[in-house]
Design a protein around this ligand. Structure first.
Ligand code: HEM
Ligand code: 2DC
Length: 469
């Protein structure tokens, strides 16, 4: 028999009491660990209410499949209220990230062709390859200058620059210059604003931003300042391209970038284009850079694996005579490493949908309209889902064993990450160039864990040593 919704285990009766307990456990930073705990206590499904935020949480790949089958024609995620509140407050349009319904779908269909279709890869790869080459050249230069034949550092700021330079080159078809000696202070400010924007979002997930705004709280003011900085910088970049496009005489052979392509296509309003380009630019920095940092950390901890990857890259280079498009087809272990990083260190702690129809999960009835969350972090570390989950093993993604609804780092279906192709390609190219140029080592044994600042981040600096080969 199917059990009713109200019998799902969990704490969902008093949202305010739960919010208080959540706060006492320092839940704002520990959301991912609290979810693991809850699955241990309640089993593979639990219902929860924190503040005004109510959800049903699941962990099994098979249940994820049921969830995504019920996402409907207009898949809808949890609304991140601080983000929509800011736009309402400043009278700015929502981009594809925040839109819903038919408005989302019509924008997304057009953006898909320009941003995530396989056809665009051949346009993106040469641009991203240039950025990758410049990054290793920059590291070589740093090593020459310090005279120690190695460089020991927290790479996160360098990786932010790499990521912004990469996504910028694809969006604008030209370089922002973040890998040069002198960096535009506005670009550095943009990077700082994104970090602050994420950091100031998580405390507002459970308390209505409108309330925090009325009482003039610091977290809301920080949030507004962060988005203001993001929008100002994106506006400047967009204006530049717009101006250049109007001065252009004839059509040119060269790929002009996502923004110019969208403007010339003339299928979306300029305001819609600006809104989504801003989201793509902001979404393209911390996500890929942190994933790369985690990957380097894992490679430093597993020197033999690092050599295996290096051998694969060398063979791919030889077989493809340096053609990067070809090379990318010959590095399955590098791709496995990225999947493995996202399994253990996902950017998104969960995936969520408001389901469009009634479903049955773990024998419980869940009515249409419920917010159902897949605990992505918890699933990645569940021994019932992954054999020896604590081990970093890229080769597990090569085997023919089932990967059914197990590789979900970028989400799923028509609402999955729009930046996925850019992110994957940018990360693969980065690892290829780094493996060809440096050995990555780490100092002492320091366990780094995740902390939740809307996205999951390392809880302490990761210090690595790069040695030229
Ligand atoms: C959405 C992960 C990089 C732009 C998402 C979602 C996830 C995700 C899990 C939600 C998907 C869903 O609900 O099914 C990641 C990861 C990244 C990454 C793990 C890198 C390691 C990027 C980059 C960009 C980007 C580089 C921009 C170039 C977006 C946008 C959405 C999104 C615009 C919203 C799409 C929509 O609502 O239609 N991402 N992302 N992401 N991501 Fe990413
Ligand atoms: C955070 O409980 C935890 O890709 C919440 O590039 C549920 C939730 C909802 C939406 C998720 C968010 C979590 C994590 C960050 C995500 C976001 C959707 C898109 C966003 C996963 C899991 C991200 C990082 C985008 C951000 C683009 C933005 C800066 C313009």
């Amino acid at each position: 028999v199917i059990r009713p919704f109200n019998e799902i285990p969990g704490q969902w009766k008093n949202g305010l009491v739960n919010l208080y307990n959540f706060w006492k456990q320092d839940g704002f930073k520990n959301l991912h660990r609290i979810m693991v705990q809850n699955f241990n206590t309640f089993g593979p499904i639990y219902r929860e209410k924190i503040g005004y935020y109510e959800s049903v949480n699941i962990i099994k790949p098979e249940d994820a499949a049921t969830l995504f089958k019920a996402e409907g024609h207009y898949p809808k995620r949890l609304k991140v209220e601080p983000w929509t509140s800011y736009r309402d407050f400043r009278n700015r349009k929502y981009g594809v990230l925040l839109k819903d319904g038919e408005d989302w779908r019509s924008n997304r269909v057009i953006l898909n062709k320009e941003v995530i279709s396989l056809k665009m890869l051949e346009n993106f790869v040469p641009l991203l390859d240039d950025v990758g080459q410049d990054f290793v050249a920059r590291v070589h230069k740093k090593i020459k200058r310090n005279g120690q034949n190695k460089w020991t550092t927290d790479l996160s700021q360098e990786l932010f620059k790499y990521a912004l330079e990469s996504v910028g080159s694809v969006l604008y078809g030209e370089r922002l210059g973040l890998l040069l000696d002198y960096i535009d202070p506005e670009a550095q400010h943009f990077i700082d604003c994104i970090t602050l924007m994420f950091k100031s979002t998580s405390p507002m997930l459970y308390i209505p931003p409108s309330l925090l705004r009325r009482v003039g709280s610091k977290v809301w003011r920080d949030h507004v300042e962060a988005w203001d900085g993001i929008f100002n910088q994106a506006d400047r970049c967009i204006q530049n391209i717009y101006r250049e496009l109007r001065q252009e005489t004839g059509p040119s052979e060269k790929y002009p970038g996502v923004l110019a392509s969208l403007l010339m296509l003339d299928k979306l309003s300029i305001e819609d284009i600006k809104a989504s380009i801003t989201e793509l630019m902001a979404g393209g920095v911390d996500t890929t850079s942190i994933t790369l940092l985690w990957t380097l950390y894992e490679l430093a901890r597993h020197p033999n694996l690092q050599e295996d990857l290096r051998a694969e890259v060398a063979a791919a280079r030889a077989a493809s005579q340096g053609d990067m498009m070809e090379m990318l087809k010959r590095v399955p272990l590098v791709k496995g490493a990225i999947k493995e990083t996202l399994r253990l260190h996902p950017v998104a702690v969960s995936l969520q949908r408001y389901i469009a129809e009634d479903i049955v999960i773990q024998n419980y009835h869940i009515p249409a309209g419920t917010l159902v969350q897949l605990g992505l972090y918890a699933m990645g570390r569940d021994p019932k889902v992954f054999f020896r989950p604590e081990q970093y093993q890229p080769s597990r993604w090569l085997r023919t064993e089932t990967h059914y609804f197990r590789s979900l780092g970028f989400g799923f279906g028509p609402r999955q990450c729009l930046g996925r192709r850019i992110a994957e390609t940018e990360m693969q190219i980065f690892l290829i160039h780094m493996l060809e140029n440096f050995r990555v080592e780490k100092q002492r044994h320091i366990e780094v864990q995740s902390t939740f600042e809307l996205i999951l981040l390392p809880d302490k600096p990761i210090i690595l040593t790069l040695k030229p080969l």
